[in-house]
Design a protein around this ligand. Sequence first.
Ligand code: FAD
Ligand code: MEZ
Length: 584
Amino acid sequence: MAIVWPGLLVQAADNLAEFHRDRGLSCVACHDEGPPLSDDNLSLENRNCSVCHGSLETVSVEIGEREIDPHLSHLPGEPACTTCHATHSPSVPYCSACHSFEFNLPFAGTWERMEASIDELQQQSAAHDSAINNPPRDTVDVIVIGSGGAGLSAAVAAADASARVIVVEKEPVIGGNSKLAAGGLNAAETRQQAALGIEDSLALMTADTINGGKDKNDPVLVQVLVSESAGSVDWLTSMGADMSDVGRMGGASVDRTHRPAGGLAVGKHIVQVLYDRASQLDVDLRVNTRAVEILEDQSGAVRGLLVQGKYTGLYWIQAPTVVVAAGGFGKNNDLVASFDEKLRGFAATNQPGATGDGLNVATRAGAGTLDMQFIQAHPTYSPVGGVLVTEAVRGNGAILVNEAGRRFVNELTTRDVAAAAILEQAGDHAYLIFDESVRRSLQQIEGYVELGAVDEQLTLSDLADSLGMDATVLTATVERYNGFVAAGTDQEFSRQDMARPIAEEAFYAIEVTPAIHHTMGGLRINSQTQVLSGDGESIRGLFAAGEVTGGVHGANRLGGNAVSDIVTFGRRAGQRAANYAGVN
Ligand code: FAD
Ligand code: MEZ
């Protein structure tokens, strides 16, 4: 029987530890008798939470009366209750780093990111020097920085090749931005497309990608992305992933965005699949563990990584290879604005750890960068709830209207164009308008409803009233659009794909505005995922994949191409690193 103690807030204790003690529990209810904390994952302590309180699913059922229940949201991997529920100090609602809903967390403090910069950590003389001069705490073949899709793909591929692998993740939960990925993964000439009768080609995906990237992409990297995309889908499905639903994203000529049936979010699903496989292969995954410095020998080849464990402090891991899969820097507004001043003060769709310090670790080891000025805003971020509204809502049939109730752009154009068009409208915002059939087609919409972001009304006229729009204008806009759907041609904005009319009661609106979403620039790599220095030489033993790299997407990434990128290049990096380490 699970115990959740719903009356926690009215208790006299100051924190969860006191609260437990007041109920007669001693230290060993949570901790081992040995060292005070088990490891940086707090594996034992988290397991002990579940022993009394049950699994996340059980807890979720117990507190089902609450409007917002974060226990089942983007939390792939090992349960990490201590992410939010601290014991001897105030608890921190980690979700509030992104979302804006009120949340009733017992004994809660405020979530804040407080961490030293990588520069400070590398200079911190006494602790730093003693950590490096001590023997390594572990020796493996491959160290991966980052537990997102690129990092987990690299870890699985390397471990599949018999490498011993450690993954370090600085956040308390795994998955990075990857666990938030919504709309899907782009791939051409897949079995799933064939089953649905969709005709696509590698040449078409290449042309769309380079067109979207304004011809700034590295063509060699695009060739890898495209030619291996169907293989990446097969690789994921061979591990149990479901990629059977295929939809359309902006800038694509055909339906090629793969996701689980029913329009479920792609990211949480594939992170879970990769995590399960990594666990089977005994990959050692350490959260709360930040990469601080890539260590090189006198010849400049990688010899290991200095890390900082949140609880265990600075130590180093010996390995001949490091794969940098540390993601982008969309959540670091100062860094973003240093490359693109227009984006200063913008909200971001990214996870809290997308600060760019993994990138910094690599550049301090001599890695070169490119395209840092190319930073993408996603057109449809909902300020209510603080959540990205997937492009799949438009792909499945929604339109965008302004405050006057009028369309103003081809909703499925590339993101740079759609975001710029929204910023030209009054109030720098717009509304996604859709109907019941779109809601039914995409389960992710239920999440936006739960976050309070969706206005639901029985008629279009009621919806217009609720939004403060002229009902005759909104109704005329939708009728005109439905006429284009019936005729198969959008005479106003040349939208190519109009999945369905907006006609089935009820009708919905979500207010949206652009937010920082993807950093296209990053580490310079070659097609073998080797990291290159500023002068183009490869750094021996250093590999990189995913959003931390630059060149794949050029000036503007197409929706769905990042998940494709991280699986394809992550897997490649893991294989190449294992090979370099001499394990196969
Ligand atoms: P991440 O998944 O971000 O992982 C990097 C990890 O490295 C993070 O966990 C980070 O904390 C960790 N890290 C950073 N520095 C350090 C350090 N010093 N030490 C240890 N760990 C470190 N793309 C698509 O193609 N399709 C989609 O549907 C889609 N939807 C998206 C929805 C949202 C809300 C967001 C934010 C992005 C979306 N994207 C989508 C983009 C895509 O998800 C990302 O580009 C991609 O997941 C990045 O994967 P990654 O593995 O490179 O990085
Ligand atoms: O590729 C993306 O970033 C994407 C598809 C996001 C989304 O709107 O779902």
